[in-house]
Design a protein around this ligand. Structure first.
Ligand SMILES: [Zn+2]
Length: 194
């Protein structure tokens, strides 16, 4: 799978022009039909999407193109998951967050655990990225937990990115920056695939 922008006509143009790089070998991706319809759950509604499938001209692997408003293998969109992460960083418990978002407690707990498991790597990755995007940025102030530190680093990098790359929802930025693997449970997984 490959994370792409959310403007479908734009993505289609880039795909047809051979402007999308294979996440495995950096070869050029070409159109290769469509993937199965999937449900994307937004905060208050659901959407059916049929993602584009692509095939690499170099290594012949196929990659489903996933919009950056999603994370890989998650039905809920990145902003919903990000809202849960932000609430946890503010000290809220997973049941309360699940109630607020209208999600199952077990689903929210799973997001929080995955993020907590990678918190040190996430903090480090996004702190470096924030300073790359904004060399004038001062040091990030420590929060009360490693979890909150990681959320703060994502937020700082997202704010720094607005100045450089234009406005974009913060957790979509985080998905794009990690190749959709923000909640992957392997350590620092996005370096290999990004
Ligand atoms: Zn390839």
């Amino acid at each position: 799978m490959k994370i792409v922008g959310t403007d479908a006509p734009d993505v289609e143009r880039a795909l047809l022009a051979g402007d999308l790089a294979c996440p495995a070998c950096a070869g050029r991706l070409r159109p290769w039909g469509h993937a199965r319809v999937r449900v994307v759950r937004h905060r208050d509604d659901e959407e059916l999407r049929r993602p584009r499938r692509s095939r690499c001209g170099g290594c012949s692997l196929t990659h489903v193109l996933v919009g950056e408003d999603c994370l890989l293998r998650r039905r809920d969109d990145a902003e919903v998951i990000g809202a849960a992460l932000g609430a946890k960083a503010s000290g809220r418990g997973h049941r309360r967050i699940a109630d607020d978002l209208g999600r199952l407690a077990a689903t929210v707990r799973n997001w929080l655990r995955r993020f907590a498991g990678g918190a040190a790597e996430i903090r480090s990755f996004f702190t470096v990225l924030a300073h790359d995007l904004d060399p004038m940025l001062g040091p990030l102030l420590p929060r009360s937990t490693a979890f909150a530190d990681a959320v703060e680093a994502v937020a700082c990098a997202a704010r720094a990115a607005v100045g450089r790359l234009g406005s974009r929802p913060p957790w979509s930025f985080a998905s794009a920056a990690t190749g959709g693997r923000l909640l992957s449970n392997t350590s620092c997984p996005w370096e290999a695939g990004a």
